[in-house]
Design a protein around this ligand. Structure first.
Ligand SMILES: N[C@@H](CCC(=O)N[C@@H](CS)C(=O)NCC(=O)O)C(=O)O
Length: 205
């Protein structure tokens, strides 16, 4: 059975959500951040050298990186393509893959810079300039992609929505969503999904 090494609070709740959407059986090992440093406990390093979460252990296969974990879980549990287009539909599959990797690859960095700036008591003009320009660039891109659709690839919820929901939720935690009603509505819609609610209950977030 898959074991998910889940660090509270952070992106691995979105992996718990995926496991719930997929109806997979799994065990959860929960880790708590150091309240001062907000870093993961050292015990996570015994699981994976980077000591970060999510990490899954599937009968000895240790896998890190949230998007890679999503791909693995789809391969294993989404055999009827409920959450991703089949590879045979190459253009749809390529767009799906782009949106699967975009949140971690492109959106997370400017949000991380913003988070660090908020924790700093010094002025950092270069970093401020970067995050002030990059964050709206990404939000507009996501909002335009959504348009009037409920999900990032249109009318159907797909596994690309997990990562996009993660970065939008992080943006909300950082107080960055006030002028973005489309993103607020998208976030509320996804977090109301029964599988997300079950994930919160299971992970006791
Ligand atoms: N690129 C990795 C990032 C993993 C990551 O940085 N996870 C954070 C939690 S959101 C973490 O474990 N931070 C604790 C630490 O670095 O001490 C992924 O997508 O899984």
């Amino acid at each position: 059975m898959i074991k998910l090494h889940h660090l509270r609070i952070g992106r691995s709740i979105f992996t718990v959500w995926q496991l719930e959407e997929l109806g997979a059986e799994y065990d959860l090992e929960v880790y708590i951040r150091d309240p001062k440093t907000m870093r993961a406990p050292e015990s996570l390093q015994a699981v994976h050298p980077l000591g970060k979460s999510p990490v899954i252990d599937d009968e000895g296969l240790i896998l890190s990186e949230s998007s890679a974990i999503t791909s693995y879980l789809l391969e294993k549990f989404d055999t009827d393509n409920r959450f991703a287009p089949p590879r045979s539909e190459i253009a749809d599959w390529a767009k799906f893959t782009q949106w699967l990797h975009y949140p971690e690859g492109s959106v997370f960095l400017p949000l991380l810079v913003k988070m660090l700036l908020m924790r700093s008591d010094q002025a950092h003009a270069t970093f401020e300039g970067y995050s002030q320009k990059e964050i709206p660039l990404h939000f507009e891109y996501i909002a335009n992609q959504l348009g009037d659709s409920p999900y990032i690839l249109g009318n159907d919820f797909t596994a690309a929505d997990f990562g996009v929901t993660y970065v939008v939720s992080l943006a909300e935690r950082l107080g960055q969503l006030k002028s973005w009603p489309t993103l607020q509505a998208y976030l509320a819609r996804n977090l109301a999904r029964p599988a997300y609610v079950r994930a919160l209950e299971r992970a006791v977030e």
